[in-house]
Design a binder for this molecule. Sequence first.
Ligand SMILES: NC(=O)c1ccc[n+]([C@@H]2O[C@H](COP(=O)([O-])OP(=O)(O)OC[C@H]3O[C@@H](n4cnc5c(N)ncnc54)[C@H](O)[C@@H]3O)[C@@H](O)[C@H]2O)c1
Length: 408
Amino acid sequence: MKKLVVFGLGARGNIYATFAKTYPEKFDLTAVIENAADRLEYAKQNYPGAKLFSDYRDFLKADIKADIVAVATQDNDHREHAIAMMKAGYDLLLEKPIANNLQDCLDIYAASVKYGRKVIVCHVLRYTPFYSTVKRIIDEGKLGEVVTIHASENVGYYHQAHSFVRGPWRNKEESSPMILAKCCHDMDIIRYLIGEECISVNSYGGLYYFNKEHAPEGAAKYCSECKYTDCVYKAQTIYLSEKGKEFAAYFTTKEKTDENILSDLKHSPYDRCVYFSDNDVVDHEVTIMRFKNGKTACHTMTAFSQNIYRDLKVHGTKAELVGIIENNDIEIRYFDGRTEKIKVDISAATVGKHMGGDYFMMNSLFKTLNGEKAEGVTYLDVSIESHLMCFAAEESRLNGGDTRLIKK
Ligand SMILES: NC(=O)c1ccc[n+]([C@@H]2O[C@H](COP(=O)([O-])OP(=O)(O)OC[C@H]3O[C@@H](n4cnc5c(N)ncnc54)[C@H](O)[C@@H]3O)[C@@H](O)[C@H]2O)c1
């Protein structure tokens, strides 16, 4: 059993705490560091065995033994929190992005070297049965040599409206550029599947739609006061819908009844019209990557999809592979005419999200801490590559799609 500390008991931190509670033979939730009073109260009720701290400095003074600290505070705070923990001698499970700007990422990396600490970044896709199976198929040589990959991340219109127009990741100064916040997973997985270093990127995209130019005549600043009741982006419609309800946790800790949601939503930042928010992150972006040996990949991020899904096409010299992670289906189309269909099983994943990624990541973390070999686990030296690709893509996008070289 390994001692786990959760630093930031928000949506992500709570998944790690829940995993520990569900599998006490693997993790003991030794402490929680959380500065919001309601979250701390939640911790008191739900994790009575954990020591609670509202300030991480008090946690450090308490000199608590732990095998790993999960840093799950917001992007902007990762530098301060990750470095403080490493300096005190803790290894980290660090939420992605490593940090929201290049310098902070490099500082965290330098600190991990200086203090000799291990940092595993939560690139959850690596641990999903879907991408693990794709990786295995590639490694077995079933596709021949992989030459190019096409991947897309379909954010979902309602998810974009919640997270990237009204919510925590809407503004790149306050959080991160979209390519980093949303697509560092994709850059990591593309790099992992291609198996070669990325040499350069070009990126194009922008904030096309969620701005005042697209507001219909007479639209109100708050959805609760707007005459356009059939707008698909209407906050009340999104947060009362089956798929949008989970996001209500961002503005209410009450039971998720329609009445509670509507009252706590009213005039909160999440009630804002999508055309009148203070968002500046992109709603569509295409990134082209060139890898060593001339291999290529293309990634599209778009807000404009009915559902949230990622699709993948891997083109090899003997076969192509297609799949959508949310369907857990993989199809290999061999050039000799055969087709192989593979159904990926994620039924073991009882905790977390990301199509089993959270659950299998925690299992891999447990194995790694026990000194066993665990599939998918990588450390900062590898994880930082995806971030370098994202920062280079952002620079390229801001410079009209100019080629940016990746310097490691
Ligand atoms: N791995 C993934 O796929 C994935 C998915 C979503 C979010 N994330 C990342 O996870 C991180 C957390 O995201 P979230 O959605 O859980 O956010 P959140 O806002 O729900 O959680 C952050 C928590 O940290 C607490 N906190 C903030 N400052 C603190 C401080 N100084 N001391 C103690 N507690 C503090 C907040 O009160 C909050 O409870 C972000 O970096 C985000 O980008 C990763």
